[in-house]
Design a protein around this ligand. Structure first.
Ligand code: NDP
Length: 487
């Protein structure tokens, strides 16, 4: 059976490349090639820039409320095609249908809807300066680039295009080579909704195509989601033309569970924050610090629920709540971390092995894994694993737990479980992280800004302030009096 070949999406339609180069995309749950994609060669890259220039000219000249109406139409289409799009995400990423069906498309649509609503609400300032005055305009940046990771492909494309387009920019988006289809579907939806050709182009390929975007002099900004190491390369490369950057990078986030917490709730949060999307979520609370008085209770319930409630298998089966990891390489990387956890002396409470479920025997599954008796110096406690691997640590002093939680160069997210309202806020205010939860974990509504402290990121996505990252302020001084000139 021949598999489909997708081309790059440029200037409102599919564009064939000249090199003929393609890459294969596999379903992580079956290890089978499901389609091929053409790489964006020089011909496609030039076309993307030229069409983005045209698209930007048309789009930025439209009234914000007109842009808003068009984007809201795209939101309607996204929601109407929820199941078709969710299925693409399941086949590309290996994540369970039960997640994609209610999260991936919905949270993407929510963000575009949110920024569509804000588009006409953007205002400048005006201030008198004696008899003269100045005013400011919020102007779009021009052509922006978005580079996405593979864990939430469509959602990431929506989270970047929503604010970029609402503010009047054009966006050239490069999805991960592992998950290229969702962004193409979004591009088709934008065209159908009435977004002018060239405003949202999709270029396909691996690191080289990403590098090209970060270097191109006509691109004003790069919004990147991916690993810390890649983020550093992107910032360095973008510096060559002094582009604005937004960086959504990795984490090794702590969750602090105090002895007055509702332990079942804390276990729910820990499981969500480690096993949802088979652990491939940047904000995951992979370091769980539990107060010594409730440590045993916590790990007993965690072990029971992990062993009884997790169903791995064909991700399209609606019962399945643990999918396959994105690739064989990534699977092996995660298994390598598990081996390190064992060899460095952590206790394997549960899991720790690859899985071969009957319904998906060739998929890249890893059992939900919990290590206890972890210490701060272990590799599994220090490095982002990006798989279903949780490290549990014990503490007995609040200040010490905060110090240990902050002892990392990452600072994406953090959480605290306690019924003591004063302690909850006191602790969370001291945690060095950009996204924090109290008695909750993982929710990320469109209204709430998200982004990292320290090496977990630069700038924010979502929330009103993100529009600042996609606009520039023009100040205009208006002389109402004669110029006083010494010449
Ligand atoms: P990578 O950093 O490997 O890749 C991210 C994107 O960058 C991909 O599209 C990749 O292309 C591209 N890329 C690779 N090298 C370069 C380069 N030199 N210049 C420009 N672009 C390049 O991340 P993953 O895809 O592996 O995603 C997992 C990581 O993403 C984790 O660290 C996770 O924490 C983080 N993440 C952060 C989020 C946040 O909001 N903070 C959200 C989701 C994930 P290709 O893959 O095709 O080679």
């Amino acid at each position: 059976m021949t598999t489909p070949v997708y081309q790059n999406f440029i200037n409102g339609h599919f564009l064939k490349n000249q090199s003929g180069e393609t890459f294969a995309v596999k379903n992580p749950a079956t290890d089978e090639v499901i389609y091929h994609v053409e790489v964006a060669d020089a011909f496609v890259q030039n076309a993307a820039i030229e069409s983005a220039k045209q698209g930007f000219a048309t789009w930025s000249a439209m009234a914000p409320i007109e842009r808003s109406r068009i984007l809201l139409k795209a939101v309607e289409l996204l929601r109407a095609r929820n199941d078709e799009l969710a299925k693409i995400e399941v086949l590309d990423t290996g994540k369970p249908w039960q997640e994609a069906e209610c999260v991936d498309v919905q949270t993407g649509a929510d963000v575009i809807e949110y920024f569509a609503g804000l588009a006409p609400a953007q205002v400048g300032q005006q201030q008198m300066v004696g008899e003269d005055f100045y005013y400011t305009r919020k102007e779009p940046l021009g052509i922006c680039a978005g580079i996405g990771a593979w864990n939430y492909p469509l959602q990431i494309a929506c989270w970047k295009s929503g604010p970029a387009l609402a503010a009047g920019n054009a966006l050239i988006f490069k999805p991960s080579e592992e998950t290229p289809l969702g962004a193409i579907k979004l591009a088709e939806i934008f065209i159908e909704a009435g977004v002018p050709a060239g405003v949202f182009n999709v270029v396909q390929g691996a690191a080289e195509v990403g590098q090209w975007l970060t270097q191109h002099a006509d691109i004003e900004k790069v919004s990147f989601t991916g690993e810390v190491g890649t983020g550093k390369k992107v910032v360095a490369s973008a510096a060559g033309s002094l582009k604005d950057v937004t960086m959504e990078l990795g984490g090794k986030s702590p969750l602090l569970v105090f002895d007055d917490a509702d332990i079942s709730q804390a276990v729910s949060a820990a499981m969500l924050g480690n096993f949802y999307t088979q652990g491939e979520i940047c904000t995951n609370c992979t370091r769980i610090y539990v107060h010594k008085n409730v440590y045993q209770q916590f790990i007993d319930e965690l072990k029971t629920r992990t062993e009884q409630n997790i169903i791995a298998g064909d991700p399209m089966n609606s019962e399945v709540n643990l999918g396959a990891l994105i690739s064989k390489n990534h699977h092996d990387l995660v298994m390598g971390y598990i081996d390190k956890g064992i060899s460095e002396g952590a206790t394997l409470l549960t899991g720790g092995k690859a899985l071969k479920p009957d319904s998906a025997p060739n998929g890249y599954f890893v059992a939900p894994t919990v290590f206890t008796d972890c210490t701060d110096d272990m590799t599994i406690v220090k490095e982002e694993i990006f798989g279903p691997v949780m490290s549990v640590l014990v503490f007995d002093d609040e200040d010490d737990a905060i110090r240990r939680a902050n002892d990392t160069h990452l600072g994406l997210a953090a959480g605290v479980f306690t019924k003591d309202i004063k302690r909850a806020h006191r602790v969370i205010h001291q945690l060095q992280a950009g996204i924090c939860w109290i008695n909750s974990y993982g929710n990320s509504p469109a209204e709430m800004p998200v982004g990292g402290y320290k090496q977990s990121g630069i700038g924010r996505e979502n929330g009103i302030e993100t529009l600042e990252h996609y606009t520039q302020t023009k100040s205009i001084y208006v002389g109402m009096t004669d110029i006083e000139s010494p010449f």
